[in-house]
Design a protein. Structure first.
Length: 424
């Protein structure tokens, strides 16, 4: 006869908001931007707040200076035989459009500020100011870009993108435009009968318009292959004349959001399944807002530790002191994996350049020096006497209080791409 036993076990599970916060912490600024944009599109309880600056701002400034140095735009320039990328094809279409020089030059600049999905993420006023052109020139440039193929390029919103594609269909029902502007969310939910009641149109007509709209695409073109990927640091470290260090986070470079008060008021008036759905969206929005705040708080704490421990480096000395992930994790009262996620694929900028956060976590070797400091010692020794062998370098390091093996010297030397004594 089999024996039946009853056991009680305890297991710890992460809440949904904490899981989201951990996921966001592992993302760099570009990944965070993409995640937030997707979430905002899926959750009507969130209101989109566009970034004040983008990684493409720098590219546009470079492009503006480059275009100015070339002089007037030549509309009759030789055409490429076969554009190899989406961006090259768009540029070729511009050259064929017969625009005046000012509009053509501005439209070309605008092309290079579009997001990888082909959207213009700046307002026309901001673009005109950054490009140094009048609002009227910026408007004409936008019209020129939106006239390019495929339809939808240069749109500022999903609704505008769909409308641009709809204009290419001469037989499109005018009701389609109203559905895009007012009922796009209802279309996504499949509330066809509700749309028919609110518009007064027949169910068959609404169904036909919905099928037309669903045949359109919110991403008519991918410019990702042509888009230059820029390293966007999480924060910068600056030193004043007195040697005081300050930390500046680049939060202006990615979009954010806030709770949509209009949706909250609407949710309070709903009933039944619609109210249940609205409450779910509001709860999800609150969780995401808390997750973003937790990510920012963790990054701020981590930044302060790095700057405090590696202060000498930021003030101009080369040496990096040993710094371990587990030590920082204990100070921040988080798991080691949390610190590991926080430093992966993220960068900081200082007067000495742009560095990955992982660069500041150095192992300690014999003698209390960090790996980076020992490597710099090896570089200095090789610079002073290029004929020293790895064993001789190890002996010289021993005199400086650093005890490592010949093999370790050879490994560090190879990592720094310094030739052996035979080749030096």
């Amino acid at each position: 006869m089999s024996e039946t036993r009853l056991e009680v076990q305890q297991s710890q599970k992460l809440s949904q908001s904490l899981q989201t916060a951990i996921h966001l912490l592992s993302l760099d600024l570009e990944g965070l931007s993409d995640y937030l944009l997707k979430t905002i599109q899926e959750n009507p309880a969130l209101e989109y707040v566009p970034p004040q600056k983008t990684a493409q701002d720098y590219a546009m400034q470079v492009k503006t200076r480059y275009s100015s140095s070339r002089g007037d735009y030549t509309a009759t320039a030789d055409l490429a035989a076969a554009p190899e990328t989406a961006m090259a094809d768009l540029e070729q279409q511009l050259r064929l459009s017969g625009l005046d020089a000012s509009t053509a030059r501005t439209a070309e600049i605008m092309l290079h500020t579009l997001s990888p999905r082909g959207y213009l993420t700046q307002s026309l006023e901001e673009f005109a100011s950054d490009a140094g052109v009048s609002p009227d020139t910026a408007r004409r440039a936008l019209e020129a870009v939106q006239a390019l193929e495929p339809a939808g390029i240069g749109a500022r919103t999903v609704e505008e993108c769909l409308e641009l594609q709809l204009r290419e269909r001469a037989d499109a029902d005018p009701l389609c435009y109203d559905l895009i502007r007012v009922h796009l969310l209802d279309i996504g939910r499949g509330n066809i009968r509700q749309i028919a009641r609110e518009t007064g149109a027949t169910l068959a007509r609404v169904q036909q318009c919905v099928e037309t709209i669903r045949s359109l695409t919110p991403a008519p073109c991918s410019l990702r292959q042509e888009t230059v990927q820029y390293i966007m640091p999480e924060f910068s470290v600056e030193a004043d004349a007195a040697g005081q260090l300050s930390i500046l986070f680049h939060n202006d470079y990615y979009p954010t959001f806030r709770a949509d008060e209009n949706f909250r008021r609407l949710a309070s008036s709903l009933t039944g399944e619609e109210q249940t759905y609205a409450r779910q969206m509001l709860s999800s929005a609150s969780q995401l807002i808390r997750a973003v705040e937790m990510r920012q708080t963790t990054m701020e704490k981590l930044a302060r530790v790095i700057v405090r421990e590696q202060q000498a480096f930021f003030l101009g000395q080369y040496s990096l002191v040993p710094l371990r992930i587990d030590t920082v994790a204990r100070e921040l009262d988080v798991h080691e994996s949390t610190v590991y996620r926080a430093i992966q694929n993220k960068y900081l900028h200082c007067a000495r350049g742009t560095y990955p956060l992982s660069h500041f976590f150095q192992k300690e070797v014999a003698g209390g020096e960090s790996t980076a400091s020992v490597k710099e010692m090896i570089r200095e020794i090789c610079r002073e006497n290029g004929k020293l062998s790895d064993r001789a370098i190890a002996e010289e390091l021993e005199k400086r209080g650093v005890s490592i093996s010949r093999r370790t010297v050879a490994k560090y030397r190879a990592q720094m791409e310094i030739d052996s004594s035979f080749k030096r």
